[in-house]
Design a protein around this ligand. Sequence first.
Ligand SMILES: [Zn+2]
Length: 471
Amino acid sequence: MSLRKLAKKLPYPIQQGLKYIYSSIPPHFRYDKVFWDTYNFLQESQWWSREKLEEYQIQQLNKLLHHAYKNVPYYKRVFDERGLKPKDIQNFDELRKLPYLTKDIVRGNLNDLIAQNIPKEDMEYVTTGGTSGKPLGFYIEKRTNLIRMAFEWREWNWMGYKFGDKCIVLRGNVIKREENGQKAWWEYDRENNYLILSTYDMTDENLPKYVQKIEEFKPKVIRGYPSALDILARFIRKNNLAINARGNIKAISTSSENLYPAQRPMIEETFKCTVFDKYGNVEQVTILGECEKHEGYHDFMEYSYTEILDKDGNPVTKDGEVGEIASTSFTNYATPFIRYKIDDLAEYTTHRCSCGRRLSLVKKIEGRWLQELIVTKRGNLISITSLNMHSDVFDNVRQFQFYQDTPDKIIFKVVKKNTYTEKDTEYIMQELQRKIKNQIDIEIAFVNEVPKTTRGKYQFLIQKLPIKFGD
Ligand SMILES: [Zn+2]
């Protein structure tokens, strides 16, 4: 058992004491070797030529395909059925001999998609939570969390954020700390120097305290959901409050939801600093992020191979052309995702960034994270992204959807799996209430089917109430 896991089992006050000791250890001793090896590698590879980057990708691809053929029954079958061997795929064009991996294929073949040579205890089960309304579960290797963190830190370095800098976090975290017997709306994470603010308590009556708390903390950066920053920024503007009065906030990082064109300038003007937007996903495929020049989103080519494809499955080649993303992850060997269609669109560009990095650029991303908000009893808005459950809560649920047509109630529609029991209802209600904290009544309704949109897509929330947002 790791030290961190062991510490979690200890009583709270002892945990806090340990955290204090732990936090006084400099970060380069705290993080694992895997993290530092990756981090140091990425500091160099970001300046490689395009040729060298692509050469690296081919190498990674080769390694992954050999592994998948040898250890993953699903891929063994896919190769065999087509009379292919991994050596038949030596470049990006030849990769298109393999079929796409879709969410439905993952759902239907999960057991066959798990690598047989990786010990179960080195794996972790994760789910996408289901912004698309249909949860997707799969395995990752635990060590890949550190690799992903190293990639994340490279992008944070681009925005001037360094290890140990003060950071405000507005990303749907559930606050564990209590105040006067009630859940608090903020929490200090000493280990990471984060001040975590709740995104579930952003009411007009609380928001002045948020602004004050941010000013007192003097963060260097803020990391948040676009929707949460939008709510905060609009409140600050409406009430003419002072924010970043000392100029200490240097950058804001947004991710996990679409950042709408009108939101960026509004947030930047209000906080008097630059927004760095990022695209990532639970599936650990493509990561896209902005550098200090903001000329588009750099594709983190060492992390995955990203295809942008037209409706016939050919790569888009013209400036401004929009295509569907198919991504092959180099880091997750537990459930290999090869040519995975994540249901997001990207706008292609031939532009080369003036920062000098040859990591390819994408102009714009049209994510599946369409801004979807729930209205609470008090007119407070809660981002639906916050209700994602990256755990086993929806394991016995085939499909789900939120539905709202009155301000004080939300209906949670569930299509049960055969394994669903009364216990699941209790668990789901408990977890949803924990996040929403009685700000709205939740009613659960069992249905045979969740309706799709006219475009055939599942929708996480059907919102019938008019919402004024991002004006
Ligand atoms: Zn750049």
